[in-house]
Design a protein around this ligand. Structure first.
Ligand SMILES: Nc1ncnc2c1ncn2[C@@H]1O[C@H](COP(=O)(O)OP(=O)(O)OP(=O)(O)O)[C@@H](O)[C@H]1O
Length: 711
């Protein structure tokens, strides 16, 4: 946004049917003088610079390109008029001269406005859009402000005091007629707070509505506020979970252990858990979820584990069954089933029947698990792996599979628990329907602020460490020209000779006429086979049948093949601990978080691993270089959030569920979001159904019709 003076305004007729009006605005801009040693700090000194903005508008058709018409339009702006201009720079015409596109130009008419400008006081800028002129909008707002009364604020005064907020009347005044910058900032903070507060309040309100009694509601709120305090020690876990823990070939890391303790605490509440388990790639989330499932299964309930791909379902099934084989004593081994789109009709029928009768304790599968025909006798936990791959509605469908349970049964394994909340809960032994606990897992780390905005009603558990012995993955970003490929192939040869296994990742399966620059997995298969004779190659992509995929991955896992040409089907969850090198072709085609995920397929065992990102051109290399220096998924996600905003970070599917905020920006206003979350908890803690705050309830329902909240 610029303030300036009109220098010239003229209409130019190019030919009989085309003309344009050009307004040139001269502006003085003040820039901080940057110290040469550090671009992020400035010395406080300022320098003035004179620039010219060229605003051109073209007109076509005989009538609109007559000189008379063009003169009429150009005469709207007179030399010396003080105006403000906003728009995007289309091109730099010469030094200090900029051609703007999609611009708006508005004249400052009132003296008051001009003196504000000269005093350099903050001044509200209204957009002129869709025929509604900024001036008209400004005048309407001024009139509306005169009608405001100071008691318009629905938020209770004690919340305003606790969170240091302007009241709504002052906020409106401060944003439209600020006396100084501080007042404008304070007002803006309040309006951002409102953006977030009503979202959090709505989510939490709806969550509370879904549970029955007051005790349960209070329990839920308590959990939201104090989630880090709640844990069940290993000695109080069920026998089955303890046996599985002992059968593991490794010890859990500190944060894996804390995560299980926290989840088991939740599982013993009479309220459905709704928890998001986050951790960086390869941090070991799967075993945490398996232990949670065993806890539930031990009490005679069922567990469902839903994953986005068949490959992952098979992998998890094989992993869990092999762990269970090692358990002492046969009598307690649970019956586990695998159900995917590739399961034969006959077998599916048998499994579904087993789930209905309760013969099967746990099922691992793809979205087939939420098909209408899958019924459970006593589903108590649904784990949703890589939850960002499922739509919110799909996730919600598990909640529609409530099971009939006796609340006493919940505590068969927790008889040692003696805190007062629990004894109060156990006192009620009535049979009730309860929606299953939901444990969602995400390997695309989402910054906490974003998680709150997306899942304000979920508790959050983060695994912050990696299993010991992991070596950092050496990452290299290279241009995929002849020299680049030669370097990479030599590295690959060295790796194979050293006994390693290599993933080659492609953006597409088959060559495309439209995208000739892209390498394709199938097209490269023969040439790679020839180049690396003696090292068997496999191929894995999304168009292969379920059993072919299993075979390809199985051969790579067993070492029968040493090179696997794959598409991004391997991006999520694939676990081949001794895979030691990855090369990603046309890496710029993938998002940063996606590349981080892909890279996480190597370095999952003790062997030193390497990852090479090949870019199609040198211009796309700098973005990939960021990955050379960071292996921290949370850091990369935060960088992505700041650089590209939440939409790009989350991808289309998930960001579709992200609410729009008129004023707030998630990437910079995260701390206000956290406060808004706490404030919403406080308000609902005082009055679960908002009956003590009727104005707040009205405001909430106007902003977010309650039937539309959440999913
Ligand atoms: N505490 C541990 N010590 C050693 N190895 C572990 C530990 N926990 C898990 N692992 C192993 O680490 C590997 C990665 O675990 P897992 O597949 O659960 O990761 P993840 O968190 O699901 O990651 P991703 O999102 O990449 O799938 C597996 O081979 C698993 O057996």
């Amino acid at each position: 946004m610029f303030f300036g003076t009109v220098i010239s305004s003229k209409g130019v007729r190019i030919r009989s049917t085309l003309g344009f009006v050009e307004v040139v605005v001269g502006c003085s801009i003040v820039e901080p003088k940057l110290s040469s040693s550090d671009v992020s700090c400035n010395s406080g000194a300022e320098q003035k610079q004179r620039i010219h903005l060229h605003l051109k508008k073209f007109f076509s058709g005989q009538r609109f390109s007559s000189q008379y018409f063009l003169n009429c339009i150009s005469s709207k702006h007179k030399e010396g008029d003080i105006v403000y201009v906003s728009g995007k720079v289309k091109k730099v015409l010469s030094s200090g001269h900029y051609d703007l596109k999609e611009y708006t130009i508005d004249k400052l008419e009132e003296e008051e406005q001009q003196s504000t400008l000269l005093d350099r006081k903050p001044y509200p800028i209204y957009p002129s859009k869709a025929g509604l002129e900024a001036r008209l909008l400004g005048q309407s707002i001024s009139r509306a402000l005169k009608m405001l009364t100071p008691d318009i604020d629905p938020i209770p005064p004690e919340v305003l005091t606790e969170f240091n907020l302007a009241n709504l009347f002052d906020a409106y005044m401060g944003i439209h007629k600020p006396k100084n910058r501080d007042e404008a900032d304070f007002a803006r903070r309040r309006l951002i707070f409102d953006d977030f507060f009503y979202l959090q309040l709505g989510r939490l309100f709806q969550m509370l509505e879904a549970v029955g009694t007051r005790v349960e509601k209070e329990e839920l709120l308590y959990k939201c506020e104090n989630h880090e305090l709640n844990a069940v020690g290993v000695d109080q876990w069920s026998p089955l979970a303890n046996k599985l823990l002992k059968a593991l070939p490794y010890s859990l890391t500190a944060s894996q252990l804390n995560a299980v303790k926290e989840i088991i605490w939740d599982l013993r509440r009479p309220v459905p858990m709704n928890r998001l388990l986050q951790g960086d790639v390869g941090c070991g989330k799967t075993i945490v979820a398996f232990l949670a499932c065993m806890e539930v299964v031990n009490s005679g309930f069922q567990a469902a584990f839903m994953v986005p791909t068949e490959i992952l379902a098979v992998q998890h099934y094989e992993h869990l069954t092999s762990l269970l084989e090692k358990l002492d004593g046969d009598e307690c081994k649970p019956n586990i089933a695998l159900l995917t789109g590739s399961t034969s009709t006959r077998e599916s029928r048998i499994i579904r029947n087993g789930l209905k009768t309760g013969e099967i304790s746990m099922v691992i599968g793809t979205h087939t698990l939420i098909a209408d025909k899958t019924d459970f006798s006593a589903l108590r936990i649904s784990v949703i792996d890589e939850q960002q791959r499922f739509g919110v509605i799909q996730r919600g469908r598990f909640n529609n599979k409530p099971s009939y349970c006796n609340s006493l049964q919940l505590y068969t394994s927790s008889s040692k628990l003696s805190d007062e909340n629990t004894s109060a809960d156990v006192a009620s032994d009535s049979e009730t329907f309860m929606a299953p606990h939901v444990l969602a897992m995400s390997a695309t780390p989402i910054p906490r602020t974003l998680a709150l905005a997306l899942y304000g009603d979920m508790s959050l558990t983060q695994i912050t460490d990696l299993p010991p012995g992991r070596q950092p993955i050496e990452t290299l970003a290279l241009e995929g020209n002849d020299a680049g490929f030669e370097t990479v192939f030599q590295m690959m040869r060295d790796e194979l000779m050293d006994g390693g296994k290599v993933y080659l990742v492609y953006p597409i399966i088959e060559e495309s006429e439209h995208l000739p620059q892209l390498h394709a997995a199938k097209a490269d298969f023969d040439s790679i086979k020839q180049k690396f004779e003696g090292y068997p190659c496999g191929l894995l992509h999304g168009r292969m049948k379920g059993n072919e995929k299993d075979e390809a991955l199985g051969s790579f896992r067993s070492g029968e093949t040493r090179i696997l040409l794959a598409t991004q089907v391997i991006e999520i969850g694939v676990d081949v601990p001794d895979a030691s090198m990855m090369i990603v072709m046309n890496a710029e085609r993938f998002g940063m978080s996606q590349l981080h995920q892909l890279r996480g397929r190597v370095g999952r065992g003790g062997k030193k691993s390497r990852c090479v990102f090949l870019s199609s051109t040198s211009s796309t290399l700098p973005r990939l270089k960021v990955l050379e220096n960071s292996s921290d998924g949370f850091h990369l996600a935060n960088a992505d959030l700041v650089m590209r905003g939440p939409g790009d970070l989350l991808g289309k599917k998930q960001s579709g569920h992200l609410p729009e905020f008129p004023i707030a920006r998630l990437e910079i206003d995260g701390s206000i979001l956290q406060e808004a979350h706490l404030a919403a908890l406080k308000v609902l803690g005082t009055s679960n159904d908002l009956s003590l705050f009727p104005r707040l309830k009205v405001e909430l329902s106007m902003r977010q019709p309650l039937c539309l909240l959440g999913d």
